[in-house]
Structure formats: structure tokens, C-alpha cells
Design a protein around this ligand. Structure first.
Ligand code: NAD
Length: 242
């Protein structure tokens, strides 16, 4: 995949760069995207049916167990060259914001600092009643465990399909999208709102949109540069050009 030299030049001159990442960035770390088939025990379940408040209400143990499995998967995974390249890019740009839909913490582990987690973080746990973080709970066999403060069910600190995004994270992400010179949309299918609309907001505000994805997505038609391939291959090469 050839990367146009003008893109390297543009990034070199840009003071404000915002990046939106999705599950594709972690695919090469062995964390499956929702659109890829799941493996083993969980192959029979559709993640879109598990990552919902309705699923948790119907069968909280099933949803808790699925997240426990995903947490283990993430704990065993390591950041890949795409995560490392984005941490490198942050150091080269004056104002850099990384907006991620990923809940796997791999950007932080790779060294990225200015991160907006739009969909939460799988490593944290909250009470399903008051949404406050819970760090410790009794290991008395309850699945999900119960909140030590109020007895409510504990759940992962992630945003499920149909739930609202944390308003502060969303407004910070929108502001970063509307003020950047270059916006990179990496490894996201751009099907999940409102994250997908960030690319459109950036272009409307005059940013150059760069998409990195092996497949076309709904934002491809407005992208100024469409780099078709794996993020772990393209991002390090892009950094080398700056
Ligand atoms: P998605 O599963 O909808 O789409 C993934 C996209 O990544 C696809 O467009 C695919 O073509 C692309 N892709 C696959 N491999 C790639 C690679 N190597 N390099 C670049 N792109 C690649 O993911 P989404 O758009 O992030 O939305 C799904 C939702 O699921 C999000 O809300 C997210 O929170 C959640 N999710 C998170 C994780 C994670 O934290 N790692 C994993 C799965 C799903």
C-alpha cells in the first residue's frame, strides 16, 4: 500500500491532530472485533446481543461471564505496532487527542496519554444502580458480585448498545474533532453512533480526513485519504514519514 508523501508533509505541519480508533486497532493484538466470529465457548453468542442493558437484565450472570472472558483475553493481549505508533505520534504533534471506542486499555499500555475513552474501560467495575466505581467486593460466589455499598449487581464500566455516552467524554471528543487540522479514523466500522459522526464533524470544520481500514465504511466517501490495509502496518509507516 502506497502512502502519498503529501500526507506525511501535512502531518508534519499540523499542530492539532485527532484520532478516532475502533476495534480494528486491537484486532492484531488478538482482541476480536464484534464483527468477527467469537471463538470457543462463546462462538454461539452474538456480541451485539450480549453488550446491552436488556441482556444484563435478562441474564446478568451470562453477561458478567462474557466480560470476565473478555477481560482475561485483554489481560493476555499486548499492544501491537498500531498502538505504539499512535503513542509515538502523540509526541510529535503539539495538540494530540486520541478518542477511542475500545474498552481494552491497550492504548494506555502502549504509552498514549491524552485519551478519551468514549465507551468506558473493561478493566473497571461499577455498581449497576448508582454507576459509581467499585474496586473491591466480597468473593462470596455471587455472579455478578454484589455492590458492597448497596447490594446492587456489579457490572463492567462500559457503555452498552442503547446506553448514552458519558457526556463529558463526548463533548471533549466533539471539540477535538471540530478543532483539528487532521482527523484519522482508524479501525472503526463507523456504524456505531455517535462516534461515527465525529469524522463528519471534523470534515465539516475543515479537517483533512484520513481513514485507515482494510474495508470501506460509511465515512470512506468523505475521506481525503483512504489507506486500505491493517493499522499495525500503515500507522508505523505513516509515523516514519513525519
Ligand atoms: P467494529 O467491530 O464495528 O469494526 C471494526 C472495524 O475494524 C471494521 O471496519 C474492520 O474492517 C476494521 N479492521 C479489522 N481489522 C483491522 C486492522 N487490522 N486494521 C484496521 N482496521 C481493521 O468496531 P467499532 O467500530 O470499534 O465498533 C464496535 C463497538 O464494539 C465499539 O463500541 C467498541 O466499544 C466495541 N468493541 C471494543 C473492542 C475493544 O475494546 N478491543 C473490541 C470489540 C468491540
Amino acid at each position: 500500500m502506497h502512502i502519498d508523501e503529501s500526507l506525511g508533509e501535512l502531518l508534519r505541519q499540523s499542530k492539532r491532530v485527532t484520532v478516532l480508533t475502533g476495534a480494528g486497532v486491537s484486532a492484531e493484538s488478538g482482541v476480536p472485533t464484534f464483527r468477527n466470529a467469537q471463538t470457543g465457548l462463546w462462538a454461539q453468542y452474538d456480541p451485539h446481543q450480549l453488550a446491552t442493558p436488556e441482556a444484563f437484565e435478562r441474564d446478568p450472570k451470562l453477561v458478567w461471564d462474557w466480560y470476565a472472558w473478555r477481560r482475561e483475553l485483554v489481560a493476555r493481549a499486548s499492544p501491537n505496532p498500531a498502538h505504539h505508533a499512535l503513542a509515538r505520534l502523540e509526541k510529535m504533534v503539539a495538540h494530540f487527542t486520541l478518542v477511542t471506542q475500545n474498552v481494552d486499555d491497550l492504548h494506555r499500555r502502549a504509552g498514549s496519554e491524552n485519551i478519551i475513552e468514549l465507551h468506558g474501560n473493561i478493566l473497571r467495575t461499577i455498581c449497576s444502580r448508582d454507576r459509581q466505581e467499585v474496586r473491591d467486593w466480597a468473593d462470596d460466589g455471587n455472579m455478578p458480585p454484589l455492590c458492597p455499598r448497596c447490594g446492587g449487581l456489579l457490572r463492567p464500566a462500559v457503555v452498552w448498545f442503547g446506553e448514552a455516552l458519558p457526556p463529558q467524554a463526548l463533548s471533549a471528543a466533539l471539540a477535538a474533532s471540530q478543532t483539528c487540522e487532521v482527523f484519522l479514523s482508524v479501525g472503526t466500522s463507523s456504524l456505531v453512533e455517535p462516534a461515527a459522526s465525529l469524522s463528519f464533524a471534523a470534515v465539516r470544520s475543515g479537517a483533512t480526513l484520513v481513514e485507515i481500514n482494510p474495508d470501506e465504511t460509511p465515512v470512506s466517501r468523505i475521506a481525503h485519504f483512504a489507506l486500505r490495509g491493517n493499522a499495525a502496518d500503515i500507522l508505523p509507516r505513516l509515523c516514519d514519514m513525519i
